[in-house]
Design a protein around this ligand. Structure first.
Ligand code: SAM
Length: 228
Protein backbone atom coordinates (compact mmCIF):
# COMPACT_ATOMS: atom_id res chain seq x y z
CA UNK A 1 0.00 0.00 0.00
CA UNK A 2 1.43 3.43 -0.92
CA UNK A 3 2.08 6.31 1.49
CA UNK A 4 -0.90 8.41 0.37
CA UNK A 5 -3.28 5.45 0.72
CA UNK A 6 -1.93 4.80 4.23
CA UNK A 7 -2.37 8.46 5.20
CA UNK A 8 -5.98 8.45 3.99
CA UNK A 9 -6.67 5.25 5.89
CA UNK A 10 -5.24 6.66 9.14
CA UNK A 11 -7.16 9.93 8.63
CA UNK A 12 -10.46 8.03 8.29
CA UNK A 13 -9.68 5.82 11.30
CA UNK A 14 -8.72 8.90 13.35
CA UNK A 15 -11.98 10.65 12.44
CA UNK A 16 -13.89 7.55 13.59
CA UNK A 17 -11.92 7.51 16.85
CA UNK A 18 -12.77 11.18 17.42
CA UNK A 19 -16.47 11.09 16.65
CA UNK A 20 -17.40 7.60 17.83
CA UNK A 21 -15.03 6.69 20.64
CA UNK A 22 -14.23 10.11 22.18
CA UNK A 23 -16.96 12.68 21.42
CA UNK A 24 -19.48 9.83 21.17
CA UNK A 25 -18.77 9.06 24.82
CA UNK A 26 -17.90 11.62 27.49
CA UNK A 27 -14.75 13.33 26.20
CA UNK A 28 -15.73 16.99 25.94
CA UNK A 29 -12.56 18.95 26.76
CA UNK A 30 -11.65 20.77 23.50
CA UNK A 31 -7.93 20.79 24.38
CA UNK A 32 -7.88 17.02 24.93
CA UNK A 33 -9.86 16.33 21.73
CA UNK A 34 -7.49 18.56 19.73
CA UNK A 35 -4.39 16.79 21.03
CA UNK A 36 -5.91 13.34 20.43
CA UNK A 37 -6.35 14.31 16.78
CA UNK A 38 -2.88 15.88 16.50
CA UNK A 39 -0.80 13.00 17.90
CA UNK A 40 -0.16 10.26 15.29
CA UNK A 41 -0.98 7.11 17.27
CA UNK A 42 0.33 4.96 14.40
CA UNK A 43 3.87 6.09 15.35
CA UNK A 44 3.56 4.36 18.75
CA UNK A 45 2.07 1.05 17.61
CA UNK A 46 4.16 -1.97 16.46
CA UNK A 47 4.04 -2.40 12.68
CA UNK A 48 2.05 -5.62 12.89
CA UNK A 49 -0.83 -3.74 14.58
CA UNK A 50 -0.80 -0.63 12.34
CA UNK A 51 -4.23 -1.39 10.89
CA UNK A 52 -5.64 -1.21 14.44
CA UNK A 53 -3.79 1.98 15.45
CA UNK A 54 -7.06 3.93 16.01
CA UNK A 55 -9.26 1.05 17.16
CA UNK A 56 -10.82 1.42 20.58
CA UNK A 57 -8.71 -1.09 22.47
CA UNK A 58 -5.28 -1.60 24.02
CA UNK A 59 -2.55 -3.15 21.80
CA UNK A 60 0.61 -5.10 22.71
CA UNK A 61 3.88 -3.08 22.67
CA UNK A 62 6.31 -5.82 23.81
CA UNK A 63 7.60 -6.90 27.25
CA UNK A 64 4.06 -8.11 28.04
CA UNK A 65 2.86 -4.47 28.15
CA UNK A 66 0.20 -2.52 26.23
CA UNK A 67 -0.53 0.90 24.77
CA UNK A 68 -3.81 1.94 26.41
CA UNK A 69 -7.03 2.35 24.45
CA UNK A 70 -7.55 5.87 23.04
CA UNK A 71 -10.72 6.48 25.08
CA UNK A 72 -8.93 5.71 28.37
CA UNK A 73 -5.96 7.92 27.40
CA UNK A 74 -8.37 10.79 26.65
CA UNK A 75 -10.45 10.19 29.80
CA UNK A 76 -7.43 10.11 32.12
CA UNK A 77 -6.02 13.23 30.47
CA UNK A 78 -9.34 15.03 30.79
CA UNK A 79 -9.65 14.08 34.46
CA UNK A 80 -6.12 15.35 35.16
CA UNK A 81 -7.04 18.92 34.04
CA UNK A 82 -3.56 19.65 32.73
CA UNK A 83 -2.68 23.21 31.71
CA UNK A 84 0.45 24.87 30.34
CA UNK A 85 1.72 25.77 33.85
CA UNK A 86 1.65 22.14 35.01
CA UNK A 87 4.65 19.94 35.69
CA UNK A 88 3.36 16.41 35.28
CA UNK A 89 4.78 13.11 36.52
CA UNK A 90 3.77 10.02 34.55
CA UNK A 91 4.39 6.52 35.91
CA UNK A 92 4.65 3.94 33.10
CA UNK A 93 5.95 5.48 29.86
CA UNK A 94 5.08 2.39 27.81
CA UNK A 95 4.98 3.33 24.12
CA UNK A 96 5.18 7.06 24.97
CA UNK A 97 1.76 7.79 23.43
CA UNK A 98 0.19 9.08 26.66
CA UNK A 99 3.42 10.98 27.33
CA UNK A 100 3.09 12.71 23.95
CA UNK A 101 -0.53 13.65 24.69
CA UNK A 102 0.44 15.12 28.08
CA UNK A 103 3.44 16.95 26.61
CA UNK A 104 1.17 19.00 24.33
CA UNK A 105 -0.88 20.25 27.30
CA UNK A 106 1.73 20.60 30.07
CA UNK A 107 4.75 22.78 30.73
CA UNK A 108 6.91 19.70 31.28
CA UNK A 109 6.38 15.95 31.63
CA UNK A 110 8.59 13.64 33.72
CA UNK A 111 8.02 10.00 32.84
CA UNK A 112 9.32 6.80 34.45
CA UNK A 113 9.37 3.35 32.83
CA UNK A 114 10.47 0.05 34.36
CA UNK A 115 11.70 -1.49 31.04
CA UNK A 116 14.65 0.25 29.38
CA UNK A 117 13.65 -1.20 26.00
CA UNK A 118 10.24 0.55 26.13
CA UNK A 119 11.68 3.81 27.46
CA UNK A 120 14.33 3.94 24.73
CA UNK A 121 11.80 3.22 22.01
CA UNK A 122 9.45 5.93 23.39
CA UNK A 123 12.36 8.41 23.54
CA UNK A 124 13.14 7.71 19.87
CA UNK A 125 9.53 8.27 18.75
CA UNK A 126 9.08 11.47 20.76
CA UNK A 127 12.37 12.83 19.48
CA UNK A 128 11.29 12.05 15.90
CA UNK A 129 8.04 13.95 16.55
CA UNK A 130 10.00 16.96 17.86
CA UNK A 131 8.75 16.71 21.46
CA UNK A 132 11.29 18.47 23.70
CA UNK A 133 9.55 19.02 27.06
CA UNK A 134 9.81 15.47 28.40
CA UNK A 135 12.37 14.05 30.86
CA UNK A 136 12.72 10.24 30.87
CA UNK A 137 13.79 7.96 33.68
CA UNK A 138 14.19 4.17 33.77
CA UNK A 139 13.32 2.66 37.14
CA UNK A 140 10.59 1.86 39.64
CA UNK A 141 8.02 4.65 39.29
CA UNK A 142 6.16 3.48 42.39
CA UNK A 143 9.01 5.10 44.35
CA UNK A 144 8.36 8.47 42.57
CA UNK A 145 10.85 10.65 40.67
CA UNK A 146 14.40 10.04 41.97
CA UNK A 147 15.69 13.17 43.71
CA UNK A 148 19.21 12.47 42.48
CA UNK A 149 18.12 12.06 38.86
CA UNK A 150 20.41 13.55 36.25
CA UNK A 151 17.26 14.99 34.63
CA UNK A 152 16.61 17.15 37.69
CA UNK A 153 12.99 17.68 38.67
CA UNK A 154 10.45 20.42 39.25
CA UNK A 155 11.95 23.30 41.22
CA UNK A 156 9.59 22.93 44.15
CA UNK A 157 10.21 19.18 44.30
CA UNK A 158 6.47 18.73 43.78
CA UNK A 159 4.40 17.86 40.73
CA UNK A 160 1.14 19.65 39.91
CA UNK A 161 -0.29 16.48 38.35
CA UNK A 162 0.55 12.77 38.50
CA UNK A 163 -0.72 10.04 36.17
CA UNK A 164 -0.27 6.35 36.94
CA UNK A 165 -0.74 4.21 33.83
CA UNK A 166 -0.63 0.75 35.45
CA UNK A 167 -2.75 -0.74 38.23
CA UNK A 168 -1.72 -0.16 41.85
CA UNK A 169 -3.15 -1.80 45.01
CA UNK A 170 -3.39 1.73 46.50
CA UNK A 171 -1.90 5.08 45.54
CA UNK A 172 1.82 4.73 46.40
CA UNK A 173 2.87 6.91 49.35
CA UNK A 174 5.97 8.33 47.61
CA UNK A 175 3.68 9.68 44.86
CA UNK A 176 1.42 11.34 47.44
CA UNK A 177 4.57 12.92 48.86
CA UNK A 178 5.62 14.35 45.48
CA UNK A 179 2.17 15.74 44.60
CA UNK A 180 1.70 19.46 45.27
CA UNK A 181 -1.01 20.55 47.71
CA UNK A 182 -4.23 20.93 45.70
CA UNK A 183 -2.72 18.82 42.89
CA UNK A 184 -4.48 15.99 41.06
CA UNK A 185 -3.51 12.34 40.63
CA UNK A 186 -5.24 9.81 38.37
CA UNK A 187 -4.75 6.08 37.98
CA UNK A 188 -6.24 2.58 38.17
CA UNK A 189 -6.53 1.30 41.74
CA UNK A 190 -7.40 -2.27 42.73
CA UNK A 191 -6.01 -5.77 43.17
CA UNK A 192 -8.20 -7.70 40.71
CA UNK A 193 -8.17 -7.96 36.91
CA UNK A 194 -10.71 -5.11 36.91
CA UNK A 195 -9.80 -1.96 38.82
CA UNK A 196 -11.38 1.42 39.59
CA UNK A 197 -10.13 4.45 37.73
CA UNK A 198 -9.61 6.96 40.51
CA UNK A 199 -8.95 10.71 40.49
CA UNK A 200 -7.64 12.19 43.72
CA UNK A 201 -6.94 15.71 44.96
CA UNK A 202 -4.31 16.32 47.63
CA UNK A 203 -5.74 18.12 50.65
CA UNK A 204 -3.68 18.55 53.82
CA UNK A 205 -1.23 15.79 52.89
CA UNK A 206 -4.02 13.30 52.10
CA UNK A 207 -5.65 12.23 48.83
CA UNK A 208 -9.42 12.70 48.56
CA UNK A 209 -10.45 10.09 45.98
CA UNK A 210 -13.35 9.92 43.51
CA UNK A 211 -14.06 6.84 41.40
CA UNK A 212 -14.62 7.58 37.71
CA UNK A 213 -15.33 4.12 36.25
CA UNK A 214 -14.13 0.52 36.06
CA UNK A 215 -11.05 -0.21 33.99
CA UNK A 216 -8.58 -2.96 33.17
CA UNK A 217 -4.83 -2.24 33.31
CA UNK A 218 -1.59 -4.22 33.50
CA UNK A 219 -0.05 -4.20 36.98
CA UNK A 220 2.52 -1.72 38.25
CA UNK A 221 5.35 -3.97 39.44
CA UNK A 222 7.45 -2.32 42.13
CA UNK A 223 8.12 -1.57 45.77
CA UNK A 224 4.80 0.28 46.22
CA UNK A 225 2.97 -1.64 43.49
CA UNK A 226 2.59 -5.39 43.02
CA UNK A 227 5.29 -8.00 43.62
CA UNK A 228 5.41 -9.49 40.06
N1 SAM B 1 0.54 4.97 28.77
C1 SAM B 1 1.29 3.97 28.07
C2 SAM B 1 1.18 4.17 26.57
O1 SAM B 1 0.55 5.14 26.14
O2 SAM B 1 1.73 3.36 25.84
C3 SAM B 1 0.86 2.60 28.45
C4 SAM B 1 1.31 2.23 29.78
S1 SAM B 1 1.19 0.49 30.08
C5 SAM B 1 -0.51 0.26 30.31
C6 SAM B 1 1.89 0.46 31.71
C7 SAM B 1 3.37 0.66 31.74
O3 SAM B 1 3.80 0.71 33.08
C8 SAM B 1 4.17 -0.44 31.06
O4 SAM B 1 4.99 0.10 30.07
C9 SAM B 1 4.98 -1.04 32.19
O5 SAM B 1 6.24 -1.53 31.80
C10 SAM B 1 5.09 0.13 33.13
N2 SAM B 1 5.42 -0.21 34.51
C11 SAM B 1 5.03 -1.29 35.24
N3 SAM B 1 5.54 -1.22 36.49
C12 SAM B 1 6.28 -0.06 36.54
C13 SAM B 1 7.05 0.58 37.55
N4 SAM B 1 7.17 0.10 38.79
N5 SAM B 1 7.65 1.75 37.24
C14 SAM B 1 7.55 2.29 36.00
N6 SAM B 1 6.83 1.72 35.01
C15 SAM B 1 6.19 0.57 35.28
Amino acid sequence: MCGQENENRFARAKERMLTRHLQGRDITDPGVLKVMVEIPREEFVPEVYLSQAYSDGPLPIGMGQTISQPYIVALMTQELQVNCDCEVLEIGTGSGYQTAVLSRLAKKVYTIEKFSQLSESAQAVLSRLGVSNVAFCIGDGSCAWPESSACGGPQSGCFDRIMITAAVPKIPEPLVGQLAEGGLIVGPVGCGTVQELVVGRKREQKIVETVICSCRFVKLIGKWGFKE
